[in-house]
Every structure is written in C-alpha cells, then in structure tokens.
Design a protein around this ligand. Structure first.
Ligand code: GLY
Length: 611
C-alpha cells in the first residue's frame, strides 16, 4: 500500500466517519427536483413533445431536426447528424473514425450501444509504436485503426431506423457540395499543425498561402460530397470492399517517420470489420440509475467508480465548503479522479481480449478500500497506484497485503464530438463519435476528402503486460483489438424511466466532463443549461495536475493549492483558462411527456425542439 503519514491516517478515519454522518443527513432523493422529479428541469419550462436535438453545430442540428420533422426517429436523426458533423466538424469525427451510439428504445425500454470503435489491423503488434513519441505515432499511418463508423450507422439504421442510408446522407452531401460558412471553432482549429502535414489536408483546410482558414470562410468539400454520394448509391460495401477501401489502404501507408510509421491495414481488415452491439454498464447514484459506456471504453466504469466514491459526501450540501465550487467539493472531485484514473490505467481495455474486472471495480468491497484513501482536509501525498479488484470480484474481499500496481501515464489526443437526440416517441440516442486527435492522423484520403483517425494511439504506446507485477496489459495493442476509449455517452433513469442523456468530447477529460455535469444536475440541482455552462475541473492522471476553467471560486482554488494540489494554469500561472469538453444534453419528463435540451457554448452547441 502507499505509505501515508500517521496524521493522514487519522484524517482519513475521521473524515470517513464524518462523511458517513454527513452523507446520511444529505441523502438526496429525486423529490428535491421539480415536481416531476427530473434533474435539470426548471419548473414551468414548457419543453417540447415532437423531439429535441442537441448538437455541437447548428447545421448538423438542423440536419437531425429535418429528419425528425419528416417523421424519422431518433436513430434516423442521429445518422443524419453524424454525417453532417463529418462535413461541418471534419476535425472531430466522421466515416474515417468510429464511436459509440447509445440507444434507448421506448418499445421495451431497452438500452444498448452500437460500438463502431476502430480495430487494430491483423498485422498489428504490441510493440509497433516502439521508439515513437505520441506526435510521431499519431501523425503516421501506423496510428490509423480500421474505421467502424459507416458499418455502425448502417447496422443501427437497418435494425432500428426507418429511413434508408441514402436519406440520412442527403443533408451532409448538400453541405459538402454547396459549402458552408465556417465558425470560430473550426477556423481556430485549421491553425493546428496537423492541417499542414499532408498535402490533401492542407489543400482543403488551409489557405493557398498556408495560413489557417478565417472565420466566415465558405468551405466547399467536393471530394467528400462525391464520397458520401458514392456511399448513398452503393451502401457501405464501396467503403469496406470497393474503391474507397483501396484508397484508405494506400493512404494509411503515409508516414513522415519512414518505414516503421506505415500503417498495416489491409483490404481484408476493412472487409472483415464488424460493429458490435453491447449492453451498457449500469450503476446507481443518489437514487438514480446511470447507464454508460462499457469496455472497450473506460468511460462508464471510471465515471461510476468516481460517483460511488463521492456518494458518502454531502457534495450538494449547504454546509461550509460544500456545494458547487466549494473547497471540499473540488478537493474530493480531484481526489476521486486521481483514484479512478489509476485503476483505469491498469484494468480497463477491450474485454474481448483481456478480462476487465468490472464487477470488482464497482463492488462495495473495492470502493470502500479505495474510499479509505480520501480525506476531506488532506491530499493524497503520493500519486495513487492501481489496486487489485480481482479478489473483490472473486471472493468479495480485498487482498490483505494491499498490493498495488504502478501506473504509466501517456500523452493522448483531445477532441471528438457528442450529440443527443430524443424523438416524439421517446426513443433516445446519446452518441459520442471521434477520429481521436483534432484532425485525426492528419491524413485525408486522397480523392475522397475524409480524414483518417489516429485511434490506435489510444492503446498503450509501450506494452504494459507484466506477469511479475500482475499488470495484464489490458490496453496493449493486439490484432483485431479495440483501443481503450474514454467516451462516455450516458443516460440517467429514475424509477426505470429515462430522464436525462448526455456526453462530451475531450479525450480522457470526457469522463470528467460527464462527472461534472452529473454532479451539477443531481447534487447541485442546476438547470440543464447551467449544468453544462458551469466551469469544469478535470484531472486525468493519478499525479493529479488540475485543469480548470475560469469561474471556479478563487478561495476554493487557493485552498486546494494549500493542500498541495497542482494546477495547469495559463502562461502567467495565475488563472484557470482550460476549455474542457462540450456537453450536449436532453431531459425528459416522463409524466408530462415533455422534452428539453441544452447545448454547450464552448463549441457552437445548438438545440432544436419540435412542438
Ligand atoms: N479517442 C478518444 C476516445 O476514444 O476516448
């Protein structure tokens, strides 16, 4: 176990007793919310009945709303939004990548996830990134995973949609062919180095003199329009077995670092790609049931662990130091993120390849041991290591030798997109989609106008399997394996009925944006919009460097600094200036069948509701 000074042990014990007492007093039940008991709803808000879309870009929101208006369901609208986002947010997601489409079907009250996560090619090896740093690996074809998005959407439309693929593609084809005016966010991102690395990317997303595109520029993407039209005409086969497959295989041979950086994907890898349908991971928090993303994502498990670790504390209470931005609230959020990310690093990955001890990680047995590390008035002195949840999973007890495993942190990309839809029948889609880094690998498929992901750098760049230490290498590269994700499309249920759905982009910070939003809604009883707009705090490693957004109370941040927390601040070292996530949410009042939405101004979040 991590050595702790005696003083900290006392603090921990006292805090646990205190927290237990306070927690019992502060049990928050659903009736603290509006008459309907739905978090995020302001009493008297009229809401909508014909469906709501909440999307990070207005043109993609309109693509989804137009599908709902003409009788399409949430799955149809989600497909149209996803394709439109490929055009208007080309840096964040698209057919060159993958994602997780969480679906709640009103008929039968079923929740499931279409997993279109990219896979490692058959020729991938655990050591294939040897000698490369993140930037080298992530801008070379070796990082490109077999894209799953198109087959995932096609499967969802076939099973639960009501419109053909071509109809879902139509708004995106028009946007790519006719062009659209780029917003501040896209203009700024065209200045990222990744748009200048490959000629086809620079030709489309930079000006002729190499400078970034200005806000207001009209971006026309004829190659992408042609590609989407080809898919509309021929279905996904043209992408997975036809001319586009051949172009993808050739493009991922690009490598600025020579032979070792060339992608290993073959035509066979594309032809054999299959999306998966998965059950959500489920847990409870303060009387609500949350469903979120299971492995190969770490998103759901880490989120549920962190919430359960916070549950004994009066996070939303009125007491000194509690409530939104309170010093105890922020300190404990930081600490549970450090613990959650330690366990995530060692135990979470694609459980088709390495067993993930999901039940152990979420067990009372494990979480009470992990919770004993927390103290209201003291920071964990050392970065927490991962503890072993297998004994809890197998025998309901922790090992008494307190074995821990070292955690290795690695740089990863930060981008992705999230949107949420509810239709007039109450079907809901919460969809997080990605090409990993902003602009993915930076490689645009020549002649086809879409970017290839760099998802394989979500794997461990250095293999971690080690029988001596017990590290299973959960996220080491293997042929056909899906890299560990942080994506966490999430749904919240009250008495078995869906009341909230949301998610966020942001690499590993996704999990924390979803945590911040959940606490804002359930503990701090904010409106849906307040919960999204409120400044966020994020820690993505056990070492615990805090990223924070402007607007958190300075006195609380000063208190955290006194406890020994470290911050990633602006250049002057004085202010929180991070920009964390972009949450798109919907809420449903089951009794009144009223629907609500809120979106994030950190991008150009847009809500469209139908009467
Ligand atoms: N590439 C971002 C994620 O999957 O978490």
């Amino acid at each position: 176990m991590i050595p702790r000074p005696a003083r900290r042990r006392w603090c921990t014990a006292l805090a646990a007793i205190l927290a237990g007492l306070l927690g019992a007093c502060a049990q928050i039940s659903a009736d603290r919310f509006s008459r309907s008991g739905v978090p995020g709803i302001v009493a008297g808000e009229p809401g909508f009945a014909g469906g709501v879309v909440s999307v990070s870009h207005p043109l993609a929101a309109e693509a989804g709303a137009s599908v709902l208006r003409t009788g399409g369901n949430a799955i149809d609208a989600a497909a149209a939004i996803l394709f439109a986002l490929n055009v208007v947010e080309p840096q964040s997601s698209g057919i060159g990548g993958g994602g997780f489409m969480m679906i709640h079907l009103r008929d039968g009250d079923r929740t499931l996830v279409v997993d279109s996560r990219e896979t490692a090619p058959a020729a991938a090896t655990a050591d294939m990134f040897a000698g490369m740093d993140f930037r080298q690996a992530s801008t070379s074809g070796i990082a490109v995973g077999v894209p799953g998005m198109l087959r995932g959407i096609e499967l969802a439309l076939d099973r639960w949609g009501s419109i053909p693929l071509a109809q879902a593609l139509a708004p995106a084809i028009a946007l790519a062919r006719d062009g659209f005016t780029i917003n501040t966010d896209l203009a700024r991102r065209t200045g990222l180095p990744r748009t200048a690395l490959q000629p086809e990317t620079a030709a489309r997303f930079r000006r002729k003199d190499g400078s970034p595109l200005p806000e207001g520029h009209r971006l026309v993407q004829p190659e992408l329009a042609r590609t989407l039209a080809l898919v509309a005409a021929q279905g996904s086969e043209v992408f997975y077995r036809g001319e586009i497959a051949r172009a993808i295989v050739a493009a991922q041979r690009r490598s600025p670092i020579g032979e070792t950086g060339r992608g290993r994907m073959t035509l066979d890898d594309l032809a054999t790609y299959r999306p998966r349908i998965r059950a959500a991971v489920e847990g409870n928090y303060r009387g609500f049931t949350l469903r979120s993303m299971p492995p190969p994502s770490s998103g759901g498990l880490t989120l549920l662990m962190m919430l359960r670790l916070l549950e004994p504390y009066p996070i939303g209470g009125d007491g000194d130091g509690w409530g939104f931005g309170g010093r105890h609230t922020l300190h404990l959020m930081t600490e549970v993120m450090r613990i959650g990310f330690a366990d995530r690093a060692v135990w979470m990955g694609d459980d088709d390849f390495v067993p993930v001890p999901a039940a152990g990680l979420l067990s009372d047995c494990f979480l009470s041991a992990r919770g004993a590390l927390l103290a209201v008035d003291a920071r964990m002195m050392n970065a927490p290591e991962a503890a072993d949840p297998w004994p809890c999973q197998r025998h309901g007890a922790m090992r008494d030798d307190g074995t821990t495993l070292a955690v290795h942190d690695e740089e990863k990309g930060i981008d992705t997109t999230h949107f949420t839809v509810v239709d007039h029948e109450g079907n809901v889609v919460s969809f997080t989609a990605t090409i990993e880094s902003a602009w993915g690998s930076g490689i645009t498929v020549p002649g086809y106008g879409f970017l290839l992901n760099n998802e394989l750098t979500d794997f461990n760049l250095v293999p971690r399997a080690n029988p001596a230490s017990g590290n299973p290498g959960s996220n080491d590269v293997a042929p056909g394996k899906r890299p560990r994700s942080s994506m966490a499309p999430t749904m919240v249920f009250r008495n078995g009925e869906l009341v909230l759905a949301y998610g966020s982009p942001g690499g590993a910070t996704i999990i924390n944006s979803v945590l911040n939003t959940t606490l804002n809604l359930i503990d701090h009883r904010m409106s849906l919009q307040q919960a999204i707009s409120a400044p966020r705090l994020s820690v993505t490693s056990p070492a615990g460097t805090i990223q924070c957004e402007e607007g958190l109370p300075q006195a609380s941040l000063d208190h955290l600094a006194r406890l020994g927390h470290e911050f990633r601040l602006d250049a002057g070292g004085t202010r929180c200036t991070a920009n964390i996530g972009s949450v798109q949410a919907i809420a449903v009042e089951p009794e009144r069948a009223r629907q609500h939405g809120a979106a994030d101004a950190r991008r150009e979040g847009t809500v469209i509701g139908l009467p």
